[in-house]
Design a protein around this ligand. Structure first.
Ligand code: GTP
Ligand code: MG
Length: 1139
């Protein structure tokens, strides 16, 4: 097969040079030749290594170090752990033919914990490189990043990396490797297909492809007609296929890579078949009849890809690994390569392979050529992407003011005239050591300067020598001798000896180790100039609202503007070119470029839209895949250092797109992070950079949800709850109910009736468990619910609602339909129409249903319009009922965690007493703010006034006194609306407590890749931690298994480490929050039947997972914990029986 090498002649391909800053500045102006791209992949698939290769092509790092240095991983912990944690950008220069390109490359992390960094990267790119490990294939994060790319509307190309592993590790034959690669492509195309057809992309799909062509059913026949069908339809870019030029095969560590185009070019010259034909047939089931120079479609025969490409690579590896000197030399000469003597003699085959392959098939050329050809420039931004970026929430683009709509053209034109609006999006803020900023850093010395310095050093040395020899120096030392050697405007004052090439400048004034924030941003339109005044738009800024406030419109001079909410004005202080670890100063940045902006830390928290015109709406928020779920409380080791901690937390919050920093009601400072690795990074950042103090960290705070279920049919020993046992159960429920105070009426079926302390209103509430599907629908649609609630409330307040996007209305209808589909049966009749609110926070997974006859109100239509005075009173007080419901759902009775999947039905709401009393009394109550007294006196009043079970009768005293015209005693209860809120809240809580309550635990999905031999150990760890395996699959052709499991977050701490240790690093899990799951055990369970006593013992102290969780939360929150320390069980039992 070696003969094939004779066919190649090494031609100078795209060349890359060490670019000067001037060159880059020049290239930034040619928008059509800019490519803003990010590298996305599953963790460890080789993004940073690939980036190294591309960077080394620019001479920024040496090619020998490429792949080892991991230049883009500039943090110490990134280097130590070997994973990327932050996305960072670098500008590269690439020349091919006559065209020069500027490539703004962003390397992103692959670990799930840092997926928010991926979101910040894709927002400011136009295209992305998806890297897939040839052995591991499509992994969970591959899917996630592909999805993110799709959602952002950026175009992907594919790099299948680590091909060398197929040769060296898996020892595949070229034919097997081909089948394997084909398989990977199919997987990833299937993924693209599902994304494409999935709901999110439905509308896009409709527009972009009339006919969805499956790449496997490519028009094969046409190929015989050598020229026809080559200018294929344009939807091809959706799918990955080597013949489309959007796939390259690489080995980043060995420095090589190729697309089929490279080989098509060479073979078309050698065999004399048109390049276009070869392009179409080099991938796929085609083989060649060399004699007839004909390509035929043939299954089962050796495909061209194997024969003409893979076999050559395989035989090269074979020769090098077997140290077959002769063969190596033959290959090298036939390829026309020149291998340095050092590499050629090197004992490590890797070095040889790298030396040969990186010349033969330079990876940077293969990848960058594909990027330049297949990925769009900023000028090609789709109109649709612009519309999406500008239309937050449910707004329709057409409903925006005309000035705003006009901005679309600016985006697409990328105009750089002075009249073009400047629009910049900041996708994250990152912290850099202030010393590293260009303005605080010594300038790189030019050759001349270095020469001068060398001369000076020599002179000094001579002086010193002379001095030691007791001679006077030939020349006096020059004081401040060489102004020309110091950076502009920085005159070195001292005459102290200077260290060559070390810092010329004293550390910046603001002290050592000061953190400075740089915005990671992109100019979408106009030229960003240093010193330019610009508006910073917060996420809630709205041009529509602006027009409402400012009648003169968007052209109002700045001085005349009234204060506008969510908007600030600032100056672009410093602009930087992002060069990986380095920043370079820029004066201006033309549109379509990625840049860093200094001096925004006081204006921008995490992300923002900067704009020179106020007609621009803020960009839609970044979509984050990972939900922050791991919470810890932090405190300084020395209490006096609290201010530093607070300051540090603030900085950390700004520097990380995903972390949440909050102070809990308990006063604890809490960090919420996406996972353990993320947590560790945040803590490191806090102690080492932002707070610089010792901190102590609590055990992770694990979130739970509270819910209720249907009464169980079997008891804990799996016996059906029969009649006799039921007695016992009821006995227990009675005991539970004794917790419910007097004055609250409980019906047998769980209906709670409560009266406000002033006896004027009576509420009857029932709690029902929602079907699981409904809870899920509610969870999934929380954004939609939020817009729905906003809409209804703005209608209620009489404001005309903003024009709602047609699509949103449709979605609301669809959502309602789905709820109706699952809420069927007698119990749920008409329920959907009667939904009044969602909670907590008006968008949560619990619903309030209004079945009261006196007052109808529904979230879909707003309150029923009844003109009567009575109706308006109900309407006014309705908010209190909703607030009570919101409070009740925010923290449940078990351990004050939010509720989930509960439906509260307000069956009756009686205000007739209030009506009787007349409005005078009510006014009196509402106007007087006696809340403080009320508490004190309230207790006294409540003691005597309430009659259990007779809510109506209880209101008598208040009526009497109010008739007397004296201050009514009900005043002591505070405002009536407040009483309603409290009563509603309490009623909801009691309604829950009479039902079987359950905890819900947060669950991770966990993807583990492990080789067959360590699989058993992985399972052992999983089951120890209450994990459940959902699926186990073997990757075709390898002995790698992928295991999908679910694992409670509560049990996940240290899981990754444990798995890694137990499997000697061969398996590593990726944990991603997925859903909430009911913990089956009843936290309040105690044995009640003989069987249960027998089985669980009288102390009933065997493991009750739910109770353990509940008590842990209660303990943490400082709530009372009923821990039964049953010393003499017999005695206690008799006691309670005697009662
Ligand atoms: N055999 C082989 N190993 C590779 C190749 N490319 C990268 N690697 C190795 O894969 C490991 C991970 O590489 P990285 O470049 O750090 O991976 P990454 O995708 O940046 O990882 P994260 O940033 O943590 O998501 C390193 O040990 C690399 O040496 C390749 O082409 N072949
Ligand atoms: Mg990386």
């Amino acid at each position: 097969m070696c003969d094939a090498y004779l066919m190649f002649s090494h031609r100078k391909q795209g060349t890359m040079v060490l670019s000067s800053l001037d060159k880059i500045i020049h290239l930034q102006k040619n928008t059509a030749n800019i490519r803003n791209i990010c590298v996305l992949a599953h963790v460890d698939h080789g993004k940073t290594t690939l980036a190294d290769c591309l960077i080394s092509s620019n001479g920024i790092i040496s090619s020998r170090l490429a792949g080892k240095l991991r230049y883009m991983d500039s943090r110490e912990d990134e280097q130590v752990r070997g994973i990327t944690m932050k996305s960072s950008a670098i500008s590269l220069h690439y020349t091919t033919g006559n065209e020069e390109y500027l490539i703004n490359l962003i390397d992103s992390p692959g670990h799930v914990d840092f997926s928010s960094e991926v979101s910040t990267a894709v927002r400011i790119c136009d295209g992305c490189i998806i890297v897939v490990d040839a052995v591991e294939g499509v992994c969970p994060q591959t899917q996630a990043v592909l999805r993110q790319a799709w959602l952002e509307n950026i175009r992907p190309v594919l790099v299948i990396n680590k091909i060398d592993r197929l040769i060296v590790e898996l020892k595949f034959s070229p034919q097997e490797a081909y089948a394997h690669l084909k398989n990977i492509l199919e997987q990833i195309n299937a993924l693209t297909g599902t994304l494409f057809t999935s709901k999110v992309l439905e509308e896009r799909a409709d527009r972009e492809t009339e006919s969805r062509v499956n790449p496997s059913s490519e028009p094969g026949e046409q190929v015989y007609d050598w020229s026809a069908g080559l200018e294929d339809t344009d939807d091809s870019h959706l799918y990955f296929s080597p013949d489309q030029g959007n796939v390259v095969f690489t080995s980043a560590v060995d420095g090589w890579g190729f697309g089929v185009e490279h080989f098509a070019k060479i073979y078309s010259q050698k065999i004399g078949i048109k390049k276009e034909v070869l392009l179409k047939t080099l991938w796929g089931d085609y083989s060649i009849n060399m004699k007839a120079k004909k390509i035929v479609k043939a299954k089962g025969k050796k495909p061209l890809f194997v024969q003409l490409i893979l076999e050559n690579i395989w035989s090269l590896y074979d020769a090098v690994l077997k140290k077959d000197r002769e063969k190596i030399d033959k290959i090298v000469t036939s390829l026309g390569l020149k291998i340095g003597a050092r590499e050629a003699r090197h004992s490590d085959p890797k070095v040889q392979i790298n030396a040969i392959c990186s010349q033969w098939l330079p990876i940077s050329h293969a990848v960058l050529a594909m990027v330049c050809q297949k990925l769009p420039s900023p000028l090609d931004m789709a109109a649709e992407r612009v519309e999406r970026l500008l239309c937050a929430g449910s707004q329709a683009f057409d409903s925006l003011p005309p000035e705003t709509q006009a901005l679309k053209a600016a985006f697409m034109k990328c105009g750089s005239e002075d009249t073009d609006p400047v629009i910049i999006f900041v996708s994250k803020m990152f912290a850099v050591d202030a010393k590293a900023l260009p303005q605080n850093r010594p300038r790189l010395l030019t050759q001349e300067e270095i020469a001068q310095r060398r001369e000076r050093a020599r002179q000094r040395h001579a002086e010193k020598l002379a001095a030691t020899q007791g001679q006077a120096p030939a020349e006096p030392p020059q004081d401040g001798s060489a102004p020309e050697t110091s950076p502009k405007g920085e005159q070195p004052k001292g005459d102290e000896p200077r260290v060559e090439s070390a810092a010329l400048r004293s550390p910046p004034q603001d002290g050592d180790g000061q953190e400075s924030f740089v915005a990671f941003a992109r100019v979408f339109s106009g030229v960003a100039r240093r010193g330019k005044r610009i508006f910073v738009l917060g996420p809630k800024y709205s041009p529509v609202e602006f027009l409402r406030r400012v009648p003169l419109g968007f052209n109002t001079p700045l001085e005349d503007l009234p204060p506008i909410p969510h908007m600030a004005c600032c100056t672009l202080e410093n602009l930087y070119l992002l060069m990986g670890r380095e920043l370079e100063d820029l004066e201006e940045v033309p549109p379509g470029n990625v840049l860093g902006i200094g001096g925004l830390q006081d204006f921008v928290l995490k992300s923002a839209t900067l704009c020179s015109v106020l007609s621009c709406p803020p960009f839609i928020p970044l979509s984050f895949e990972a939900t922050p779920i791991v919470r810890v409380a932090v405190e300084p080791k020395h209490p006096s250092e609290m201010p530093q901690l607070v300051k540090g937390m603030k900085l950390l919050n700004q520097a990380d797109p995903c972390v949440q920093v909050l102070i809990q009601e308990t006063g604890e400072h809490v960090l919420v992070t996406a996972g353990e690795v993320h947590l560790q990074r945040c803590l490191d950042d806090l102690t080492e950079r932002f707070a610089k103090i010792q901190i102590s960290v609590s055990e992770p705070i694990i979130p739970f949800r509270e819910t209720i279920t249907k009464p169980p049919k079997v008891d804990m020993v799996n016996e059906e709850i029969g009649k006799q046992q039921k007695v016992a159960v009821i006995h227990q429920t009675k005991e539970d109910q004794s917790k419910i105070p007097e004055g609250v009426q409980v019906d047998a079926d769980g209906l709670i009736t409560m009266t406000t302390p002033n006896k004027l209103a009576t509420l009857s509430v029932r709690a029902l468990p929602l079907p699981e599907e409904v809870t899920q629908i509610l969870e999934e649609n929380s954004d939609l619910i939020r817009s729905l609630e906003q809409l209804t409330s703005s209608v209620n307040e009489g404001r005309d609602a903003q024009m709602i996007h047609q699509k949103t209305q449709e979605k609301i209808r669809e959502f309602k339909g789905k709820l109706e589909q699952y809420l069927t049966g007698r119990k749920w009749r008409n329920t959907v129409d009667q939904i009044w609110s969602f909670g907590p926070r008006k968008c949560g997974p619990n619903i309030l249903v209004n079945k009261s006859e006196d007052f109808q109100n529904s979230v879909w239509t707003g309150p029923a319009i009844k003109a009567s005075k009575e109706a308006s009173r109900y309407r006014d007080l309705g908010n209190s009922i909703v607030s009570g419901f919101q409070l009740a759902t925010l923290s449940g009775p078990m351990c004050e965690e939010p509720l989930m999947g509960v439906c509260f039905v307000l069956e009756r709401w009686d205000l007739s007493k209030l009506e009787e009393q007349g409005s005078g009394g009510r006014h009196g109550q509402e106007q007087r703010d006696v809340a403080q007294d009320a508490q004190r006196e309230g207790e006294a009043c409540a003691g005597g006034g309430e009659q259990p079970g007779l809510p109506d009768g209880g209101s008598e005293p208040s009526e009497k006194t109010s008739q007397k015209g004296e201050p009514s005693p009900t005043d002591c209860y505070g405002p009536f609306s407040g009483q309603l809120i409290a009563t509603m809240k309490e009623a909801c809580r009691y309604a829950l407590q009479v039902k079987p309550q359950r905890l819900m635990a947060a669950m991770y999905t966990c993807d583990i890749m492990a080789t067959g031999d360590v699989l058993g150990r992985v399972y052992a760890v999983l089951s120890k931690r209450e994990g459940r395996v959902l699926q186990e699959e073997m990757k075709e052709g390898t002995d790698v298994f992928t295991v999908k499991a679910v694992l409670p977050v509560a049990e996940s701490f240290g899981f990754a480490d444990e798995i890694r240790k137990r499997t000697s690093g061969l398996a590593s899990p990726q944990l991603l929050f997925s859903h909430w799951e009911v913990v089956p055990s009843d936290p309040f369970w105690v044995p009640t039947t003989e069987e249960e006593y027998l089985h669980f013992g009288e102390k009933a102290d065997s493991e009750n997972q739910a109770r353990k969780y509940m008590n842990a939360v209660r303990k943490r929150k400082g709530l009372s914990v009923e821990e039964k320390i049953v010393e003499h069980a017999e005695k206690q039992r008799t006691l309670s029986k005697n009662k």
